[in-house]
Design a protein around this ligand. Structure first.
Ligand code: NDP
Ligand code: 2IT
Length: 449
């Protein structure tokens, strides 16, 4: 259970809420971190004196811009673009771009805030930022996606740079979109500045393993949580929500480590395949054909499709939320615990509601929060930057070993921090404190900026 917020932190939280009206997801993300920080402030009065909490909760810079583009019929559409450059105490602003109709400032700020601490946990020299647009890539042609990405980058490029701000993908932004954006950046600036974006195609400066990294990393984190309890993934029954980049490679690594994945989902429904998901077929449908998962059941007679179903109702031992924020509620958490779930590893950002988190912590199951468990994506982005800077490219095996050791270290540091602060096994507390302290110390050293 998170340590109760001190009066001081409650006052600061109320000020942040009032200053950022209507941004519910941002408030939620801030509250969740602040609830862990009481004991840190007692130990480090200098953080209070220097107003580190107030400073770390205020983005260094917020950019909002118009993105006009033409569809295939010549009709003009106007979307809104965002980049929130949250904190650069540890390095360049680093974090993904999300294209989804639900995007507004509150979502980008929650993601940017989480990113600051996640990036700190990796131990690498990266600050935090996030961006995106309310553009919906679903149902758009390649030409429409390209024109949108070019328009988006025509405005954003002036705020980026290998020493300034380095975006990557997130929901709705993968290799195709990053390619169009990198092309436009290169054209406008006349610079082949590989390090300005990560998640690039391997043929043009990308890193092997970046595509797989978030999902693989989340599974490595779960493997470590189980090992700490003298248990292992082999033979475990798992469910994964979503069926995008993170979900697919979570399924892949779970299967490689001997677990059985019986369900996944999209925003329309759930597929259940008791024999175990046929990953090559799922990849073909999602990555190659860009279709819905209902198609999977249509091509596999022993798989079931549950339109509008709730994936968390499927009994499992391990659950890996890999779709979006607040997708796992208090009720879902109670169902999972009742059905015998022993571990939850979050590939998505803030997928569990505060009530759900409470249920997991009270049940004392192994619960790995997103900012620790999904840090493998951004960590491998930092490895991509290292390769770009040294004009080198590493083998798959070498890069995966690096990812594995980063995730193992994040597990160890969050575990040890939780123990140090008297909450053994509480990775929420461990991740929030370990991430915050690293950022706070750097901010203190850099003065009042
Ligand atoms: P993708 O766009 O590849 O896939 C997203 C998946 O989540 C799809 O299956 C999508 O279903 C589902 N989904 C998205 N929004 C909603 C919603 N509002 N309701 C229900 N389902 C939804 O994105 P990623 O796999 O890259 O991202 C998934 C999560 O992982 C996000 O929370 C992201 O922030 C996080 N993450 C991603 C990283 C990365 O490297 N890509 C790194 C760390 C975290 P549908 O197709 O029906 O919309
Ligand atoms: O949420 C995340 O960590 C990401 N979407 C990846 C960010 C990155 O810069 O690789």
């Amino acid at each position: 259970m998170a340590v109760a917020m001190t009066e001081k932190l409650e006052t600061v939280y109320q000020q942040i809420k009032a200053r950022n009206p209507g941004e519910d997801e941002f408030h939620q993300a801030v509250r969740e971190v602040l609830e862990s920080l009481g004991p840190v402030l007692v130990k480090h009065p200098e953080f209070v004196e220097q107003k580190i909490i107030e400073r770390v909760s205020e983005p260094e810079r917020q950019i909002i811009f118009r993105v006009p583009w033409q569809d295939d019929k010549g009709e003009i559409h106007i979307n809104r673009g965002f980049r929130v450059q949250f904190n650069s105490a540890l390095g360049v602003y680093k974090g993904g771009l999300r294209f989804h109709p639900s995007v507004y400032l509150g979502i980008i700020k929650f993601l940017g805030f989480e990113q600051v601490f996640k990036n700190a946990l990796t131990g690498m020299p990266i600050g935090g930022g996030k961006g995106g647009s309310d553009f919906d890539p679903k149902g758009k042609s390649d030409g429409e996606v390209m024109r949108f990405c070019q328009s988006f980058m025509t405005e954003l490029y002036r705020h980026l740079g290998e020493y300034t701000d380095v975006p990557a993908g997130d929901i709705g932004v993968g290799g195709r979109e990053l390619g169009y954006m990198f092309g436009q950046y290169k054209r406008i600036t006349n610079r082949y500045e590989s390090t300005v974006l990560t998640g690039k195609g391997v043929a043009w400066g990308g890193s092997l393993v970046r595509t797989e990294a978030t999902g693989y990393g989340a599974v490595f984190f779960v493997r470590e949580m189980l090992a700490a309890r003298k248990d292992a993934l082999e033979g475990k029954t798992c469910i994964v929500s979503g069926s995008g980049n993170v979900a697919l490679y979570t399924i892949e690594k779970l299967q490689q480590l001997g677990a059985k994945v019986i369900a996944c989902s999209d925003s329309n429904g759930v597929i259940v395949h008791e024999k175990g998901i046929d990953l090559p077929l799922l990849k073909q449908i999602k990555e190659v054909e860009r279709r819905r998962i209902s198609e999977y059941a249509a091509r596999h007679e022993d798989a079931k499709y549950l339109p509008g179903g709730d994936v968390w109702d499927i009994p499992c031992q391990i659950a890996m939320p890999s779709a979006t924020q607040n997708e796992l509620t208090g009720k879902d958490a109670r169902t999972l615990v009742k059905n015998g779930c022993i571990a939850v590893g979050e590939g998505a950002n803030m997928p569990t509601t505060p009530e759900g988190v409470k249920v997991f912590l009270e049940a004392k199951i192994a619960y790995g929060p997103g900012k620790a468990a999904n840090a493998g994506g951004v960590a491998t982005s930092a490895l991509e930057m290292q390769q770009n800077s040294s004009r080198d490219s590493w083998s798959f095996e070498h890069t995966e070993r690096r990812l594995d050791s980063i995730m193992t270290n994040i597990h160890a540091s969050t575990w040890e921090t939780a123990e140090e602060y008297g909450a053994p096994g509480n990775y929420v507390l461990g991740a929030n404190i370990a991430g915050f302290v690293r950022v706070a110390k750097a901010m203190l050293a850099l003065g009042c900026i």
